[in-house]
Design a protein around this ligand. Structure first.
Ligand code: NI
Length: 190
């Protein structure tokens, strides 16, 4: 396994539409997945898509708790590396009925920034496992957000492109200050 170089916004591979994986049993795909997982954990990310390591294939990995809701002003998303690891090959999303949620996102390919992004709060996704099994899952809240963020990478979309208001694109250091102000505000109201 190896830790791969993470591509940053501006690299053309991040703006390209990734190709489906033809043969999930290809050893090169297994190696890619193992390297992506190692790279994601090393970088303390909640997820990683293959284009972020320079490979234009429809593969994402992420760690999201099975059930976790995010309020619109929710605080820091601790990257929980004990959460179940999901590897999705050739994923497809179906957004389900319901209101969107606004929530903060960061991206390993857009380092140092955070943005508030509207996302579907409820969706269904399917994809192939590394063993070639098709599986389907429903997700809400943070889990649904992570899936949408990672799958957007496969279509060449970075989260700032999903934002409605650019004033909500801020530096991570300011975001931490903003969050601690929010928290103390809540506490002072009992
Ligand atoms: Ni990202």
């Amino acid at each position: 396994m190896a830790i791969l170089k993470i591509r940053r916004m501006g690299d053309p591979v991040l703006a390209a539409s990734a190709k489906p994986v033809d043969d999930v049993k290809d050893p090169a795909v297994a190696r890619l997945i193992a390297d992506m997982v190692e790279t994601m954990i090393d970088a303390d990310g909640a997820g990683l898509a293959a284009p972020q390591v320079g490979v234009s294939l429809r593969v994402v990995v992420f760690q999201a708790p099975a059930a976790r809701s995010t309020a619109p002003e929710d605080g820091e998303e601790a990257f929980d590396h004990t959460a179940p690891l999901t590897v999705l090959i050739n994923p497809e999303l179906t957004l389900l009925e319901g209101p969107e949620e606004l929530g903060w996102e960061g991206c390993l390919s857009v380092p140092g920034l955070r943005g508030k992004v509207p996302r579907a709060a409820h969706l269904r996704y399917q994809g192939l496992t590394p063993e070639g099994m098709l599986f389907t899952r429903e997700a809400r809240g943070f889990h649904a957000r992570v899936v949408q963020h990672e799958c957007d990478h496969l279509d060449g979309i970075l989260y700032p492109q999903r934002m409605r208001d650019m004033k909500d694109l801020i530096f991570e250091s300011e975001w931490r200050r903003y969050l601690s102000a929010q928290t103390s505000g809540r506490e002072s109201h009992g």
